[in-house]
Write a new protein. Structure first.
Length: 139
């Protein structure tokens, strides 16, 4: 079957503009897909609830695949990865945590230094501003 034959039922709507026809076609395709998928899911649910694989009921066997995704964000590995590290290198998770704490301490010290430098710069700016005010008689 060609692509044109497969999509033939979706052409010929009453929409006048090409964009309108395309929207109408995609709506019908989406509706047909929803119907087909809900039927397939109902069949899978029935098979699972009866505990019978597809080949026992006379149909062809089909594989069901599920995907589980996880996301972890932060400076340290996820707890599961830390656990694996501990199994591979006993004490490795503790060492990694100590390294992270040291790095955090160094970052805090850098932040303290930057804040002190900012305070000094602000005081210098205030002094310079007062000098200018005195020179130009604005104070």
């Amino acid at each position: 079957m060609s692509c044109a034959e497969a999509f033939a039922p979706y052409h010929g709507g009453h929409e006048r503009s090409p964009r309108g026809k395309m929207r109408s076609d995609w709506r019908r395709i989406g509706s047909d897909l929803r119907i087909a998928l809900s039927g397939a899911l109902a069949q899978v649910s029935e098979d699972v609830s009866h505990g019978q694989p597809a080949q026992n009921r006379g149909g062809s066997a089909s594989a069901v695949t599920s995907v589980i995704a996880a996301h972890w964000s932060g400076p340290l590995p996820s707890p599961a990865e830390l656990e694996k590290l501990e199994q591979i290198v006993p004490g490795g998770a503790e060492r990694l945590l100590c390294m992270a704490e040291k790095e955090l301490g160094m970052a805090e010290k850098k932040l303290d230094v930057a804040e002190k430098e900012l305070d000094v710069a602000e005081r210098k700016l205030d002094v310079d501003e007062r000098k200018l005010e005195k020179e130009f008689g604005m104070a």
